[in-house]
Design a binder for this molecule. Structure first.
Ligand code: ADP
Length: 415
């Protein structure tokens, strides 16, 4: 198994591969979290055809830990017979939010109202010459006109999004009026970032469904989970959270339709918004995903094992949860920059806490790991997971309703 990228997803894929005695080789641009777990490491860039060719030559199947790859180089390799799972056609849909929206809307899937800003109006490279500056001004004026037109139909505020390269909320902006829209468009024009505009969805709940699909279309889904995002960053994942069986069932059906439409192979995550009882598809990731880390201990088969099974065209494992409730809370670096390792004893003292640390250098606000707790009661597993995550230094962000047990611990009362 060749893996492009050496982040935490590659690390956990390598762990799952080790259990099945499947050899792994990662293409690592720098020393990443997966490096200690990989069978072999090739130093190189996901943007270099030569480096990707080197990886392809060292394995039977190439898969991915992220989507920031050179698709042109990959399609050349694919045309030469290299097995890429997922394929470049599937990856192409995930890397461009504009083409993803168009594709899904065209297939009749529910998506937020959107418009990709006129081609040619954005995406010019950063420049300092007078000619470039005036071209940028004209371009951003065209973009602002398109946004104003969209807001005329859908109302302010609107969401502006970079169609490429965004992650964890970087590349998502809210514009409450034309003044803010102009600032965002001008900045995007200067930086050469193509944009789309979409309606501000009144979100009742954010949810995710992860699907594993084999090359000939057989697929399984894990149950829908509720996710809590703060400033575009996923902080906790709850099964079943507040999701009714009806909403969860409809989300799972939509996710299967998306996976079939994209001809996904391997694991694909589908993120959705619930609004007014309806569901809309927000975005997809064509790889294992943070919203399914809970499956490592919380489901019969983890997303990482089923990703391996799917891309190697092996029978898929059961996605049934092993407990009535599962909570997974992400571990982030605290403001003082201290690492979570020395705090392990406190976290491991929390009953039922499964701690995963990714071996990343600590920086304030950096995602460093996650904690999963499974059990009979949703409130209790969430509390336990937060207690362990905060014991590891994770700050509780504004926007998260702090579990009562944690309040006690924070106030020194304990439980
Ligand atoms: P990223 O690729 O950075 O994760 P997303 O498109 O998932 O970007 O957006 C990040 C977060 O921003 C979402 O989880 C959601 O909370 C919020 N968001 C995105 N699009 C909308 C929208 N149209 N309306 C309301 N909130 C949105």
């Amino acid at each position: 198994m060749g893996i492009v990228g050496a982040g935490q997803l590659a690390r956990m894929l390598c762990e799952a591969a080790s259990a099945l005695d499947i050899g792994t080789v990662v293409l690592a641009e720098e020393l990443g979290p997966s490096v200690p777990n990989a069978g072999a490491v090739l130093e190189g860039s996901p943007m270099s055809e030569g480096d990707l060719r080197g990886l392809a030559g060292a394995c039977d199947v190439v898969t991915f830990d992220h989507e920031q790859v050179d698709l042109t180089a990959l399609s050349i390799l694919e045309s030469e017979g290299v097995t890429l799972r997922p394929t470049t056609a599937t990856l192409a849909m995930a890397v461009d939010k504009g083409s993803m929206r168009r594709h899904f809307a065209g297939a009749g899937l529910p998506v937020p109202a959107f418009a990709v800003l006129p081609s040619g109006s954005l995406g010019e490279p950063l420049g300092t010459s007078t000619a470039t500056t005036s071209a940028t001004a004209t371009s951003s004026a065209t973009a602002v006109a398109a946004v104003t037109n969209f807001a005329g139909a859908h109302g302010w505020p609107v969401i502006l999004k970079a169609t490429r390269g965004g992650y964890d909320g970087k590349g998502v902006w809210i514009a409450k009026d034309v003044v803010q829209a102009r600032e965002i468009c001008q900045e995007a024009c200067r930086a050469g970032v193509p944009l789309m505009v979409e309606e501000l969805v009144d979100i009742e709940a954010e949810l995710a469904v992860v699907v594993a699909r084999r090359p000939r279309g057989e697929m399984v889904t894990w149950p829908a989970v509720e996710t809590t995002q703060v400033d575009g960053v996923c902080r906790e994942v709850l099964y079943p959270g507040r999701l009714s069986p009806d909403v969860a069932g409809r989300a799972e059906l939509l996710a299967r339709q998306v996976a079939a439409l994209c001809e996904a192979v391997g694991v694909m995550a589908v993120e959705l918004f619930c609004t007014g009882g309806d569901l809309v598809v927000n975005e997809i990731a064509t790889r294992p995903h943070n919203t399914a880390h809970w499956t490592i201990e919380g489901a019969v088969t983890s997303q990482f094992e089923n990703h391996l099974r799917a891309v190697l065209d092996l029978p898929l494992g059961s996605t049934d949860p092993v407990a009535p409730a599962v909570a997974s809370v992400n571990v982030f670096g605290p403001s003082d920059g201290t690492p979570p390792g020395p705090r392990l004893p406190e976290a491991l003292a929390v009953e039922g806490a499964h701690v995963h640390l990714y071996g990343k250098t600590t920086r304030p606000g950096r995602k460093l790991g996650h904690v999963t707790v499974c059990g009979p009661d949703g409130t209790a597993v969430r509390e336990q997971a937060w207690i362990a995550a905060t014991a590891l230094g994770t700050p509780v962000p504004p926007g998260i309703v702090v579990p009562t047990a944690l309040l006690g611990a924070v106030n020194g009362v304990g439980r």
